[in-house]
Design a protein around this ligand. Structure first.
Ligand SMILES: Nc1ncnc2c1ncn2[C@@H]1O[C@H](COP(=O)(O)OP(=O)(O)OP(=O)(O)O)[C@@H](O)[C@H]1O
Length: 228
């Protein structure tokens, strides 16, 4: 934990490409048990903020810390703290659904990895496709696999980039419960979403990116998404 007890602290963080910022500075703190939503129109900079927090994109200036550790995906202690799910995450083409999850479970030294994998397959409705390779899945099933890989492992901070994409309504509701469960168990999450319902159900606060970055109530973030 940091001095403030925040799982995530971003201080005057400027994100972008080739030295050019895509949006205003991000200053935010997310504590254990909290979910921070991030909303904005297409191209506002939401994914770039998340990619920077996950260490997949260098910050232009400012800093972010997770459990007091500066963002650095090359270090094991940082990687242990953060589970990130992005749309462009890759699969091993020759590993089955179950093998992907087993790899993550074993990589994080989970006890009873086979049981944990079975539980996630059931939760994400993939038990009938456990032996399929990623190319043989539907797009929604591939999204479920990415989410299962993110949720099966321990993490202080979950970074979720539009996790609702391509999910059917039943799975979307299960996802909302899962995000809330992560927070109730003492985790923290940053959630980029275009879904007002998911935002209001899960987040306790929200960043709106519209050039500058503003901290608002989730209801106001939902209204922004809806264009109200
Ligand atoms: N690799 C890149 N190099 C240069 N510019 C990029 C790169 N990726 C994204 N951008 C630009 O940065 C800006 C912010 O993109 P970003 O993907 O963060 O937006 P977003 O808010 O996540 O949008 P969406 O809702 O469409 O996912 C956009 O103008 C985009 O064109």
């Amino acid at each position: 934990m940091t001095e403030t007890g925040a799982v995530l602290e971003a201080e005057q963080l400027v994100v972008g490409y080739g030295g050019a910022a895509v949006c205003g500075e991000v200053t935010a703190a997310v504590h254990s048990g909290q979910v921070l939503g991030v909303v904005g129109v297409n191209g506002a900079g939401k994914s770039t903020v998340l990619q920077t927090l996950a260490g997949r994109q260098p910050a232009i200036s400012g800093e972010a810390r997770i459990q007091g550790l500066l963002v650095d995906p090359d270090t094991v202690p940082f990687r242990r703290q953060v589970a990130a799910v992005f749309d462009d995450d890759l699969f091993f083409p020759s590993l089955s659904v179950a093998e992907h999850l087993l790899l993550v479970a074993r990589g994080h030294s989970l006890p009873n990895p086979e049981l944990r994998v079975a539980a996630e397959l059931k939760f994400f409705g993939l038990d009938g496709r456990a032996d399929a390779v990623p190319d043989a899945l539907s797009s929604g099933q591939r999204r479920r696999l990415l989410l299962a890989a993110g949720f099966i492992r321990p993490a202080s901070l979950l970074i979720l980039d539009e996790p609702e994409q391509r999910l059917d309504p039943v799975m979307r509701d299960a996802l909302a419960r899962r995000i809330k469960g992560h927070a109730e168990a003492g985790g923290a999450a940053v959630l980029v979403t275009h879904d007002p319902g998911l935002l209001v159900e899960t987040a306790g606060s929200c960043l709106v990116i519209k050039g500058e970055v503003e901290l608002v109530e989730p209801g106001d973030g939902a209204a922004f998404i809806a264009g109200l």
